[in-house]
Design a protein around this ligand. Structure first.
Ligand code: PHE
Length: 361
């Protein structure tokens, strides 16, 4: 009797003092394990006579229940403490400054950087940003832009045609330029319009300066009195701001696009001395964009009366001017996803949100 009481007290002390789940398990085994004293005592019950057995069994069961309760409460306490400790160890202090080691930080791709720069400059002139789908139908990419079927200009665009047709039987293409967004904008709401459209464009072409996917930014202004002088002024302001020089000379060279009349290609002056290209210096010329006054037939396709509305449009290769501004020689590397290249030519992000970064793209 007293021996069991003593053992039970000892076991209770050991359990209460157990500082880990392992220690607690050890204490449990010494009581209730195969070789534990309580298991042994229970086994011995069989050898007793009925009366003794009843009293003994009652005592042993009380001890057993008591120790089971102690065991359970200690287990809960230890588990809680373990969770608490883990939470403490894993806690994130959201107020700590970021670890901004250059290694841990990503880079902004030159194309994203240049899109930000371009859109910011035009935003400052009152333009907003529009977008359209990469997968276009024939109507928006060609017909509405005054390139009816069989128009020779279609052949110049090295178009990727998709095998499926649209619901209305329209031929589906990967857009060859951002100009279809002119159509979507003019058909989407009433003028005036003043938008820039950065985005991906596709043509079947591949060499040092051409990739099958490339980027353009489209510009469109439609109002009642917008004229060629506005086109010239806007693009001149843009070039000065983008190339960060007052000296850049521009040449508006007569050209042809089916969707503008008159049309002009714009060159900027550069020097190629010593094999290094410098924008805004020297007497050489470099073509950077196509532009013109929106063709009356394009306006009509969009339900606008050319006697009431007029304006200009332009389209510029983004990758091309990124290469120019930042001296990147091979366009193909832009899209190789080589992190070494990105580390070299990419831009460290600023924490200060700029207008361009705030724009949804
Ligand atoms: N969409 C033309 C191209 O890709 C560029 C352009 C846009 C020309 C708008 C005139 C007006 O070559």
């Amino acid at each position: 009797m007293t021996e069991i009481v003593k053992l039970a007290e000892e076991a209770e002390r050991a359990m209460t003092a157990a500082s880990s789940l392992e220690a607690l398990e050890e204490a449990r085994l010494s009581v209730l394990g195969k070789k534990g004293w309580l298991s042994a005592a229970l086994k011995e019950l069989g050898a007793l006579n009925a009366e003794e057995r009843k009293a003994r069994a009652q005592q042993l069961n009380e001890v057993k229940d008591r120790l089971a309760a102690v065991l359970e409460s200690r287990k809960t306490a230890l588990n809680d403490a373990a969770i608490e400790a883990r939470l403490k160890a894993e806690r994130l202090d959201m107020t700590l400054p970021l670890n901004e080691s250059a290694e841990a930080q990503g880079r902004i791709h030159p194309v994203s950087q240049v899109i930000d720069e371009i859109t910011e400059i035009f935003a400052a002139m009152g333009f907003s940003i529009a977008e359209g789908p990469d997968i276009e139908d024939d109507f928006h990419n060609f017909t509405a832009l005054n390139m009816p079927p069989e128009h020779p200009a279609r052949q110049m665009q090295d178009t990727f045609y998709l095998p499926k047709r649209g619901a209305d039987g329209e031929q589906i293409v990967l857009r060859t330029h951002t100009s279809p967004v002119q159509i979507r904008t003019m058909r989407g709401g009433p003028p005036p319009h003043r938008i820039v459209v950065p985005g991906r464009t596709y043509r079947s072409d591949y060499d040092m300066t051409h990739t099958p996917m490339f980027h353009q930014v489209e510009g469109l202004v439609i109002d009642r009195t917008t004229h060629m002088g506005h086109l010239k002024g806007v693009l001149t302001e843009f070039c000065k701001a983008f190339f960060e020089t007052e000296n850049v000379k521009m040449r508006f060279r007569p050209s042809y696009f089916p969707f503008t009349e008159p049309s002009a290609e714009v060159d900027i002056n550069c020097s190629r001395e010593g094999g290094v290209l410098r924008v805004g210096e020297g007497d050489d010329w470099l073509e950077i964009l196509g532009s013109g006054m929106v063709h009356p037939r394009v306006l009509q396709h969009c339900g606008l009366d050319p006697n009431e509305w007029q304006g200009f449009a332009f389209g510029m290769g983004i990758d091309r001017i990124a290469m120019l501004k930042y001296g990147i020689p091979d366009l193909r590397a832009f899209f190789d996803a080589d992190l070494r290249w990105l580390k070299h030519y990419g831009f460290v992000p600023l924490d200060i949100p700029t207008l361009g970064q705030g724009v949804a793209r």
